[in-house]
Design a protein around this ligand. Sequence first.
Ligand SMILES: [Zn+2]
Length: 412
Amino acid sequence: MNYFLSIILIFLIFEYILEIISKYYNLRSLKTNLPLEFNNFYSQKKYTLSQEYTRENIKFTIYTSTLNLLIMISVISFGGFNYLDLFLRNFNINNDVFLGVLYFVIIILFNTILSLPKSYYSTFYIEQKYGFNKSTKTLFVSDTVKQIFLSMIIGSIIIFLLLSTYEYIGQYAWLFCWFFLSIIIVLMPIIYINIIAPIFNKFQKLEDGTLKEKIQYYSQKVKFPLSEIYIVDGSKRSSHSNAYFTGFGSNKRIVLFDTLLKNHTDDEIIAIIAHEVGHYKKKHIVTNTVISIFSIGIMFYLLEFFIKNQLLFDAFKMDYISNYAGIVFFSILYSPINVFLSIVLNAYSRKNEFDADKYSVETIDDKKNLILALKNLSVSNLSNLNPHPFYVFLNYSHPPILKRIEAIQNLK
Ligand SMILES: [Zn+2]
């Protein structure tokens, strides 16, 4: 067997087994006794509900991962990538860049359509059953249509530019692509908040009042360059809550989900904002951006060696060699490195969460409200209080809630 094909298949299966084992452990580590920390906070009934929610979600993702694995292996073994290529070549498009854009667009579309039943079931059965879903079928359809159009437009532009570079520049194409994608990574938060997010949600400035005064007072105290505070209507789709901020230099915006305002006291919200400010002050956001730029640099450099590798094309049963298909195949070959990277980055991110909690406690000079906020968040999100350490190691970007509370309590 072609050794690229062996590597790809072995890894796809290995990754799948790893996932199933970690999920199995996670299911087994669900405990029926309410942790002491949450006494008087969670009713036994609601706690049991949170475990059913976790159990149902894990089981559902086991089914979808199994299905995805089977689809991927079938597409590869039956030469699906070649059939698509041959089909598009029938149209006599004599330009490899356009051919490549079409190739990618169809793959993206195929992926989106495949994921539709999954997100429909998750939204209207699981989230609905546990009272999280606030979305309607009309909203779901309009979201889907918008998402497909957006991913087609943004995807086509990026792919067009990347493929043109490989087609016309040749030798140093990887450097240009790296540079170009780095700019996108840096600008993406701005593009997201100004162009993409408003397509899906309404943003309103926070009205004057005690909460606004408290936020402003806090940002002045810690010298955080806050320009605006926005409320986003997250409750339109789901009752899960969140807070984040975006912007460059002295122009920072804080965005709060309306659900956050509903479920938390002003002081808890300040503690959450202080945690977000902590990420900024401790340079986590800058570091993360630098890490992603660095890692895509390595990826583009490695791509050079594989983009027109005959053996790699044989693995996918291709009749023709092309840059666009080479990029698709390389991205599949690269996935073990991605899995490894995400484990390392998750560990780093968990460490950063502890640091941001510490910053919040130190600058507010109070542990109580952050702990309350974390407890309220996990109760209202029905978070799993006892995830298995192996599952956390593989998947969690945030430490389990009880570990965070413990770390906060141990702070001086
Ligand atoms: Zn955080």
